[in-house]
Design a protein around this ligand. Sequence first.
Ligand code: ZN
Length: 209
Amino acid sequence: MIIKNNSVVSIHFGVAEVDGNALDSTENGAPLEFIQGSHYLVPGLEAELEGKQVGDKFDVQLEAKDAYGVFQEELVQQVPRSLFEGVDEIEVGMSFQAETDQGPRTVEVTEVTDESVSIDANHPLAGMDLRFVGEVVAVREATAEELAHGHIHQTGGCCGGHEEEEASDHECCGGDESKHAPGDSCCGGHGHKEEVKKETAEGCCGGCH
Ligand code: ZN
């Protein structure tokens, strides 16, 4: 199966600076899984993967604008130190969630003086040309439910755990959460198209997000 829009794709990959300094890798963990076309990946890598299939390798060098974006000066701000009242210690390198015009973002403290604190809301890899090297390990079609939710369902993950269950009409979900074992979240792929449709129409999964 070829990777195209709405494919659920798993890749193993490493990302490094173009001079070779390794930054991150899935090598010792689970592959990264995402829905192609959802902009989950940086744009240059998503474009690179389009049309590939299981077993295909990739090795692509991306300019910052096609990776995590160019560095934006306006995302670096100086704020009065008094804003951090109640925080015992503020150190360069600390990061925290802040509300910004573009929604909540992780910002990093880049400078601290007696009067002010500089914070940087750029992605840590913004402004960097990066090389992505890896391999496609799985490709499948996204289910209607996954597309409706905009994320992947997997066994044991969000909404997972029902794959083997031959649920009759709305035994799973349908609002009757008492039928779910503790820790067993609502929904999950039953592999029955008709059920998926019905559940989606009736707002199944409303409780697990
Ligand atoms: Zn879900």
